[in-house]
Ligand binder design. Sequence first.
Ligand code: NAD
Ligand code: UDP
Ligand code: UDP
Length: 336
Amino acid sequence: MSETLNLRSKRVLVTGAAGFLGSFLCERLLAADCEVLGVDNYHTGTRRNIAHLLDHANFEMMRHDVTHPLYVEVDEIFNLACPASPVHYQFDPVQTTKVCVHGSINMLGLARRCGARILQASTSEIYGDPEVHPQPESYRGNVNTLGPRACYDEGKRCAETLFFDYRRQHNLPIKVIRIFNTYGPRMHPNDGRVVSNFICKALTSEDITVYGDGHQTRSFCFVDDLIEGMLRMMATPENITGPVNLGNPEEFTMLQLAEKVIELTGSSSKIVHLPLPQDDPTRRKPDITLARNTLNWEPTIELQDGLARTIDYFERLLRSKNVIANEKPLPFAATA
Ligand code: NAD
Ligand code: UDP
Ligand code: UDP
């Protein structure tokens, strides 16, 4: 009997499975012989991202909004459900806070009932517009609680609090990762985030929209590196809870990024400047000492290579007109 139990695959729940990161995570878990239950309400994710997994014997997809309770039996939970692009999370800010807070409470309640491990996809946004550079996990952040980004920043901060309270109050095995800007194939073409925006504009010869003077910085991590770090974090001993920063410490200005995308696509697009959105962080770069020491992890894919792979994806996507024509357009504007 116990042998049978040991041979059973691990049952893993991925919320936000049809999103950019969620779809890659499901693939990696299936490759590791897990039984994967994907949950998504398709708010910003698309069926296209997980279409190739639907016939897999160990994969099941459920349409569900995590702000409502969910009763399933699982061993591990990766809680990724939440819009991640500023354009998306500001479209319905109240819903964004609900996903972060109510969604986390439901997933933590589920983990508690099942005795499951649970990992929270937190974010570098909890540091706000940082006054400490690069950002270590010990930095407590500089968030404007009243601004347009607060629905996400404060929602994610509250989610972290909930995770640590469930740990203290119910001894739940929790893991918290703080993800810094991650990019790659399967980002939504109307996502509004800088990498997908610049690439899609470059490929369609439209002006590349740099917000502000373009001297603000971000550090970009390719999706494969990020998923590897996420899986390593989930596999750590129970006493390791995080939060752990996961991101690529190589820092670029948005102007440098725009120039790189133009160079790699050979595009004739021009750079134009648009107003900087309110509370846009001036600079961001992870201190990944903790991830290096605890997870033996660091990114391996250079921006140049990751961008080339992402450009290749968008080239194919933009060519397949049927895919775009049949796709439900997102209800929000793609650009500022
Ligand atoms: P994404 O928008 O592509 O994916 C999010 C997924 O969650 C989508 O499929 C969406 O439909 C789903 N979702 C949203 N609300 C939901 C709800 N109420 N119920 C069920 N599903 C819901 O974004 P992503 O880049 O894949 O981000 C995944 C997670 O990682 C998010 O929690 C995000 O905050 C976090 N994160 C991402 C980054 C990044 O750079 N990609 C950085 C920091 C944190
Ligand atoms: N919950 C869920 N699935 C479960 C168990 C709980 O969705 O399998 C939700 C339910 O909505 C509950 C919340 O998680 O209110 C928090 O659960 P917890 O056990 O922490 O507290 P409760 O609210 O039940 O006292
Ligand atoms: N940005 C830009 N042009 C765009 C989209 C974004 O210059 O078309 C800038 C944005 O103002 C920010 C940076 O790129 O400074 C990263 O934006 P993104 O929305 O990708 O993520 P953020 O890190 O702000 O959450």
